[in-house]
Design a protein. Structure first.
Length: 588
């Protein structure tokens, strides 16, 4: 006798996935018994889970694929094949068609009668995908009103608000089918939508990737990649070609990396896109970096420094000479911090010169030089020439090699304030990095005045913020005592934050201002861990401690603070000693 396997309920799956706690589930079940509302809809309405999370869990229960609908995933021209009334009645919407297979978003993808009815109406094989009822009806009503022309629909979304400045046409050689595809408005407008959506949502990068099933377009918001759209197969070469054309790149070169630049007008402002192509196994991948001046917060007050750290940082900028370093991994906001420092320093009385690769934002009263290795204009060569230009302040986009490091140190020792970025994990690590490049300790001790390490933490979305209590492991990792029972905040996910629970980012900083004690350690060539211990004695909080403080203030979640500020194993000595955060926790 065979026993039939019990299908898990959505509440159980949500608890298993860690989306909700057992206590939240029990409270929701009591509310459901009182109101008769569906459990999933109730959890979404209360902001406990996002629609995307619910779809994922429901799909797992039913053993089907699920998705959260948005513009770009749905072809409005397919709606008449089913009919608006049938779409509303059956709670379905066609997404896209490949050959004779029609992919349809359904509130009940397990309903065989509905699938048979759609097969008869369209003459296609039906591929059902799970989506929430409210999500489906939202888009059925948006696209309601007769036959929708795809080209006209795309045009209404993108082309009116986006213009490519100084666009160029391909006029070399005979016209090919690819040229015709690129010149056609559906491709142009699809690219426009991708660019415009990225700008509207505040994305920093757009990724256009080849996939076995077509093309995958993603964009990075608040440091995390998210799916934007999945154009159907056969369009990838045309999309890539379109971006290469407007980026003034060679469309005939497909097996070598290329770089280009596009200037567009979106939402009434000019935005630069830095485009990079890379050949992959399945085709070319393009990444476009969005350089939007409106996202550049140049006021120091807007960066997230605590008041005492801000006063110390301003004090370092007021020094007449010395080397001030801003450190952190790629994408941690180092360039923004440097531009903010330049905004503080730029006056008609100062000659400020920068060497960058590339120049990301143009700033008035600042002389900006772009490195060009192809003609031999390297960081080191540009710096040597700058020293003959009577500079007061020099900003170096990145210290990459010994030559650049040596010129930067010499410039700071000869009466110039030098600001530069460096790739290190923390503020004391900048000293060891420069020594590894060959800078003698006695020179470095006389040049360096300070080092700032930074990261970017995602801020909790104010629209869907809720209270929660982190797990024991997270509390231990944060250096907080077990008896600390303060509630933290996190975002449940909503439409405004794209179901992520986060909206925007804030900087977290570790500031090492070089005093007489630290200078002696640098002069003696002391390793990084000795500098860290000295900073601990001086009461300087680490990056992790600063991040945990932001979580305790309700600006981010504790898990986000721990994720971004990873602690290496060689920092065990610091972890064992009492931290400023632990003291705050006990006091609270």
């Amino acid at each position: 006798m065979s026993l039939r396997r019990r299908t898990k309920r959505v509440g159980e799956v949500l608890v298993e996935d860690g989306a909700i706690s057992e206590e939240q589930l029990q409270r929701a079940l009591i509310e459901q018994a009182r109101t008769g509302e569906k459990l999933g809809a109730l959890l979404v309405d209360q902001g406990i889970v996002s629609g995307q999370t619910l779809v994922h869990s429901l799909a797992k229960c039913l053993g089907v694929r699920g998705c959260h609908l948005r513009h770009g995933l749905i072809d409005p021209a397919l709606i008449p094949e089913i009919g608006e009334d049938e779409c509303e009645k059956s709670v379905v919407i066609p997404m896209f068609k490949v050959g004779n297979t029609l992919t349809v978003a359904m509130a009940e993808p397990q309903s065989l009668p509905t699938i048979d009815r759609l097969r008869r109406a369209t003459g296609c094989e039906i591929r059902p995908i799970l989506a929430l009822e409210s999500n489906i009806l939202e888009y059925v009503r948006k696209y309601k009103g007769g036959n929708v022309d795809v080209d006209e629909f795309l045009m209404s979304l993108g082309d009116q608000d986006l213009e490519v400045v100084e666009r160029e046409s391909i006029d070399e050689g005979p016209e090919t089918d690819l040229d015709k595809m690129v010149a056609g408005s559906p491709i142009v407008n699809l690219v426009n939508i991708a660019l415009l959506t990225a700008v509207k949502d505040g994305a920093s990068d757009i990724h256009i990737e080849p996939d076995r099933r077509g093309t995958r377009i993603r964009y990075r918001i608040d440091g995390v990649l998210r799916d934007l759209m999945n154009p159907p197969p056969g369009m990838h070469a045309a999309i890539v070609s379109r971006l290469k054309v407007i980026g003034k790149m060679d469309i005939a070169v497909k097996r070598l990396p290329q770089e280009g630049r596009v200037r567009i007008v979106a939402e009434g402002r000019e935005i630069d896109l830095r485009v990079s192509s890379m050949p992959t196994l399945l085709g070319e991948k393009l990444v476009a970096r969005v350089l939007d001046k409106s996202n550049l917060r140049v006021r120091l007050e807007d960066l997230g420094f605590r008041p005492d750290a801000m006063a110390m940082f301003r004090g370092l900028l007021d020094r007449p000479h010395g080397l001030l370093l801003v450190t952190g991994p790629t994408g941690s906001g180092k360039t923004t911090t440097l531009y903010s420092a330049l905004d503080q320093l730029r006056t008609p009385e100062r000659n400020i010169v920068t060497v960058e690769d590339p120049v990301e934002y143009q700033v008035s009263l600042v002389n900006q030089i772009q490195v060009n290795d192809q003609i031999g204009l390297s960081f080191a060569r540009a710096l040597r020439s700058i020293l003959r230009q009577d500079p007061d302040v020099i900003m170096i986009g990145e210290i990459r090699d010994e030559d650049t490091a040596r010129v930067a140190v010499q410039a700071s020792l000869t009466g110039h304030l030098v600001l530069a970025t460096l790739h290190t994990n923390d503020a004391p690590g900048a000293v060891a990095r420069l020594m590894d490049m060959g800078i003698e300790p006695y020179l470095l001790s006389g040049a360096i005045i300070g080092s700032v390490a930074q990261r970017l933490l995602r801020k909790i979305c104010p629209q869907c913020a809720s209270k929660y209590y982190p797990g024991e492991q997270a509390m231990r990792d944060a250096g907080l005592p077990a008896e600390f029972k303060k509630a933290f905040r996190k975002g449940a996910g909503c439409q405004q934050c794209h179901d992520s629970g986060f909206l925007g980012r804030i900087g977290v900083y570790e500031l090492m201002a070089v005093n007489a004690e630290i200078r002696r350690l640098v002069h003696a060539g002391s390793p990084s861990h000795e500098l860290r211990l000295k900073l601990r004695e001086l009461g300087v909080p680490t990056l992790r401690e600063e991040a945990v403080r932001l979580a305790m203030d309700g600006q981010t979640s504790l898990e986000e603070a721990l994720r971004v500020t990873h602690v290496d194993g060689d920092d065990a000595e610091l972890q064992e000693s009492p931290s400023p955060v632990t003291k705050i926790g006990v006091a609270a």
